[in-house]
Design a binder for this molecule. Structure first.
Ligand code: FES
Ligand code: FES
Length: 199
């Protein structure tokens, strides 16, 4: 009896030790449920908590209800989710929200100022540059980013540098016309001579 008691005690102790060790190990590897994140979105500061794996696109659409930014492929291939991060265009579906802590985000909802459409928005209307409109917010944000980059110097440049934004309705001709009209206006306002213009 004495021997049996001695045998039972170590087994119970070992089981408890194993349980404690497993518990500690699982606590050590569990990611936090949510993490803090601060963003300025369309000029408004947001103090948020997000799951670490939340994409910027899902944060905008699902948590902040900014549904102007569209989800097309969710794989970085269509450009429907294009937004500006610190003025640079990115695919929001490929960006982890937490990786942009402190950033300034501009979505299509933030482009109009004081009730006036952004020149690119106006140009899309003037040039009838959409059909169903699903790709349009991404096209417009991408065009705003493109114009800020300053690497497009003609319509062909515009077409090439907008090639990451797909339009299933095939409105490419009018989209290029719209973006090119704003690029040209900016160029002329900046005093640059366009090829073919009479001095
Ligand atoms: S939804 Fe992001 S690129 Fe298609
Ligand atoms: S206007 Fe329909 S997808 Fe572009």
């Amino acid at each position: 009896m004495h021997t049996a008691t001695r045998n039972r005690a170590p087994r119970a102790h070992d089981a408890k030790a194993r349980h404690d060790e497993t518990h500690l190990r699982s606590e050590a590897v569990s990611p936090p449920e949510t993490v803090p994140l601060e963003l300025t979105i369309n000029g408004a500061r947001h103090a948020l908590r997000v799951e670490p794996w939340t994409s910027l696109l899902d944060l905008l659409r699902e948590q902040l209800h900014l549904t102007g930014t569209k989800k097309g492929c969710d794989h970085g291939q269509c450009g429907a989710c294009t937004v500006l991060v610190n003025g640079v265009r990115i695919n929001a579906c490929l960006a982890l929200a937490v990786s942009h802590d402190g950033a300034e985000i501009t979505t299509v909802e933030g482009l109009a100022q004081d009730g006036a459409l952004h020149p690119v928005q106006q140009a899309f209307i003037d040039h009838d540059a959409f059909q169903c409109g699903y790709c349009t917010p991404g096209q417009i944000c991408s065009a705003v980013g493109l114009l800020a980059e300053g690497h497009a110097h003609c319509r062909d440049d515009v077409r090439e540098q907008m090639s990451g934004n797909l339009c299933r309705c095939g409105a490419y001709v009018n989209i290029a016309n719209a973006v090119e009209s704003v690029r040209r206006a900016q160029d002329l306002a900046g005093g640059n001579q366009e090829e073919g213009d009479t001095p």
